[in-house]
Design a protein around this ligand. Structure first.
Ligand code: GTP
Ligand code: MN
Ligand code: MN
Length: 370
């Protein structure tokens, strides 16, 4: 049946990695609501439901205009019955009753506060809530044993829940560059994660380190960490070879047994930037703040895959892997791309080549904000 509404009807391909999603989101009211429901699902360890809400939000993020009418959503991919209901509720009533009741729920509030501690995931938070712990004060007096990451997380709770600015990310980048170059001249560092996608703030700073000569990067991480430690830049660090499966910070990620980079989860002590650098006046008298920093070392032969795999967004990465597997019979990881039909690895020295191998139009980092 033909639609009688004059409203614009959108057309969108179904994988997020086929779409250009900038930071210019015309539907933040809807996507904030769907993201909150995704987060609630992830915090309840309902990962399938979480991904469904993330996919629905991502479709709305790439629309060229605000949605004003349910008819405009006809034919859009990834919008299930539940997402439709939420969108309809907001378009008709201005708010979603499910979002409102979630925000008011004691369990959701407790999960948010507790998983806001670095080193605390949904499982731990749930265990604590079942023991009657709903806030930081109750946690501190509960006698629960915290691991080293969680103790650091609790100690720097306020700082770590304060957004990191691009200026702060650049300052951290310069410190890490000094460290890296002083232990291995010619090593290169690249800002990855959300800042590479053009975000102005983030929850951490992600940096990828490599060296133009294959093999020179081996054993680099411990040396960089020692240098940083000796200069007093680290409040906490955990260096691992494969932390991908065990990591409990943030929502769970699709597992990949191929992920074996040297990496370091850390908390930096960053001296406050001067007034001119920050473009604002001094407030308070603290001389430094804590910042979460993720460091990854990749051999040059895997650099393009590492760059693509660590630039995000998380949903964009997930969709790239799903596209590779379902549409191309390939396995994409942050180390390599394997073609299951040809039974061989496909080489690449740039992100552009990887997109080409996957039969996808190249999407630059600033348009991977799905
Ligand atoms: P903000 O930090 O909030 O700005 O968002 P972000 O997009 O930078 O997210 P985050 O720092 O959590 O992750 C950055 C990228 O690294 C994302 O694409 C993740 O998928 C990826 N990532 C995070 N942890 C791992 C991991 O353990 N292994 C791999 N392969 N990728 C990871
Ligand atoms: Mn990040
Ligand atoms: Mn990170």
């Amino acid at each position: 049946a033909k639609c009688c509404s004059k409203a614009v009807v959108f057309s969108v391909p179904s994988y997020a990695c086929q779409r250009r999603t900038t930071l210019d989101n015309h539907n933040t009211i809807l996507t904030d609501a769907l993201s909150l429901l995704a987060e609630k699902a992830e915090l309840s360890e309902e990962d399938g439901r979480g991904v469904a809400f993330r996919r629905a939000a991502a479709v709305l993020k790439c629309l060229p205009q605000p949605v004003t009418n349910m008819m405009q959503l006809r034919g859009l991919p990834c919008l299930g019955e539940h997402s439709f209901r939420v969108i309809k509720d907001i378009l008709e009533n201005g708010t979603s009753s499910e979002v409102e009741s979630t925000q008011q729920s004691e369990r959701y509030k407790a999960l948010k506060v507790l998983t806001g501690i670095f080193g605390v995931g949904a499982k731990t938070a749930d265990r604590w809530i079942r023991a009657g712990i709903h806030n930081l004060r109750q946690l501190q007096t509960s006698g629960q044993t915290l691991n080293q990451a969680q103790r650091a997380g609790l100690q720097h709770y306020d700082d770590l829940n304060l957004p990191v600015t691009k200026a702060e990310a650049d300052a951290i980048g310069e410190i890490v560059e000094e460290a890296v170059v002083s232990v291995l001249p010619d090593a290169q560092i690249t800002l990855i994660g959300g800042f590479r996608r053009g975000k102005l703030t983030g929850h951490d700073v992600d940096l990828l380190i490599t060296h133009p000569d294959e093999g020179k990067e081996v054993g680099l991480m411990p040396k960089v960490v020692s240098w940083l430690q000796s200069k007093g830049f680290l409040l906490y660090q955990k260096t691992t070879i494969n932390s991908y499966l065990e990591s409990e910070e943030g929502p769970r990620r699709p597992s990949s047994n191929m992920d074996r980079f040297e990496r370091c989860f850390s908390i930096f002590k960053l001296r406050h930037l001067s007034r001119e650098d920050r473009g604002e006046s001094e407030s308070g008298c603290r001389l430094w703040r804590a910042v979460r920093v993720d460091l990854v070392v990749s051999p040059i032969s895997q650099f393009a895959f590492a760059l693509l795999g660590w630039t995000g967004s998380k949903l964009f990465e997930r969709e790239l892997r799903r596209w590779a597997g379902h549409e191309k019979a390939m396995s994409l990881g942050s180390h390599a791309l394997y073609d299951n039909r040809q039974s061989r690895y496909l080489r690449a020295t740039s992100e552009e080549e990887i997109f080409a191998h996957l039969g996808l139009e190249y999407i630059p980092p600033s348009e991977r904000n799905a």
